[in-house]
Design a protein around this ligand. Sequence first.
Ligand code: SF4
Length: 331
Amino acid sequence: MKFDAVYYEPDSLSYELGKQLKDQFTDLPWIPIDSHNSIKEMREKENAEFGKMKRNLIIGTRKTHKYVENQKVSDYLVPYTSSGCTAMCLYCYLVCNYNKCAYLRLFVNREQMLDRLIKKSRGSEKPLTFEIGSNSDLVLENTITSNLLYTIPRFAEEGVGSLTFPTKFHMVDSLLDLPHKGKVIFRMSVNPQPLINRIELGTSDLQKRIEAVNKMCEAGYPCGLLIAPVMLVDGWKELYTELLEQLRDGLSEKVKKEMFLEIILMTYSYIHRAINGDAFPNAPDLYDKELMTGRGRGKYCYKPEERKKAEEFLRSEIKRILGDVKILYVS
Ligand code: SF4
């Protein structure tokens, strides 16, 4: 991964990870900032520069640590060691939160964040599951920070319950030998390769993702797959049938036996349309006014009748092709 510059809060350099990053990126210009939340120079950039902005690395400390209750695979969404990402999936929901500033920010106070998480896990009467990857892609981030190498063994040793994170990347080799004690649930997000090529810009190919989940399962991690987000583009039925057949042929028997599925239909927004229209003028427009609700400056999602049809189709194809896999939810 190539970066153009590092923007950093100066006190980051008093943390171990801050020092490590300083040594890693000595060749880049380091530009001091007051706050990672508000970088004037970035806010003033045009949408067309979105891709270029993603080539900056932002380093700071996380100051807000509010856990949000969640009812899907986890009990809480935990703001963790990063937000944003260097990839450019055209629907990325982080764009809704951070607008064109959805670049990768690394938070160096990881000891403080994990201490808090472990304490919370131990204070509960029942084992809890914490989603630590809802603000970024931790497998990608780990290639820069090694934060998963820090997090997984420590949580396994000191925490109660489970951690979980989803990814669209395949670089898991460094995680395979970690002592995880089965307390880390790995979730691989998949989509048909033609959609990865056109929409999930900068992420790993499907085949590599399949190999990665096979390896993680073999290494004893509980694993799941997210078919997400499902995009109802022209020819979507054929595309998703082909995806399911590739999963049937490529996933190991162990994964197929043990995995669970989550299925999430795509949501999109005015902000995505504005940024993508300027930054990727040749990319397909994911907004479909026939199939989606919402208009104006808000969010768009598929109409209930379209969602229902898609859900029925996917459930029946999953049963036909993959058998009785556990589907946790379709949303
Ligand atoms: Fe967003 Fe995930 Fe894609 Fe990164 S990999 S751009 S976080 S959807």
